[in-house]
Design a protein around this ligand. Structure first.
Ligand code: NI
Length: 186
């Protein structure tokens, strides 16, 4: 079990565009994924991107269950390892026009102690590969779509504060959500 140190906002390594993973199913890659899963679990994260531990690769992991104290109201998202992801915004299922954005609260392990309302596409398709090189192709919506967009933003050097439009809804978790105070370090 190896919990890696999380880089914090201000570190220039969080601003890089990450490199594609070139070799799948290697010992090095499996070790990295294992460390990332240990780190996400230890910090109660909903997701983690390789750049957050200083690794310049297009690799994200995410997943939540009903017991996540940082996101107690969130619906479960399957635990996923996603490499070289591509996101396509989709229109809502019941309409045939353009993708729709929705707003909801987000936090980030690289921005501890804060939460903000961030606009994200309501519905997306995402493709990529798992650590064995097997393809992933999913169409998702809601919180699952939000988590994927947040994590993949890390691969573009984007942290969620860069997406905030209304700074009146950006603040300290302990003030905004005092009920979370005992359950989380941020
Ligand atoms: Ni994040």
């Amino acid at each position: 079990m190896t919990v890696r140190e999380i880089l914090l906002m201000g570190d220039p390594r969080l601003l890089r565009c990450a490199q594609p993973v070139a070799a799948f199913d290697t010992d090095e890659l499996h070790l990295l994924v294992s460390d990332m899963l240990d780190t996400m679990l230890a910090l109660d994260g909903a997701g983690l991107a390789a750049p957050q531990i200083g690794v310049d690769l297009q690799l994200v992991i995410f997943g939540t269950d009903a017991r996540n104290p940082r996101y107690p109201a969130a619906p479960p998202v399957p635990k996923t390892v996603l490499l070289n992801p591509v996101i396509t915004p989709l229109a809502p299922e019941d309409e045939s026009n353009t993708p729709v954005e929705v707003e909801d609260w987000e936090g980030c392990l690289s921005v501890p102690g804060l939460r903000a309302v961030v606009p994200r596409f309501e519905r997306i398709r995402y493709t990529g590969f798992d650590q064995y090189g097997d393809p992933i192709d999913r169409t998702v919506e809601g919180f699952h779509a939000r988590v994927v967009q947040h994590e993949c933003d890390h691969l573009l050097g984007k942290l969620y504060p860069m997406r905030v439009r209304d700074f009146s809804r950006f603040g300290f978790t302990s003030v905004l959500f005092p009920e979370l105070r005992s359950a989380t370090r941020d």
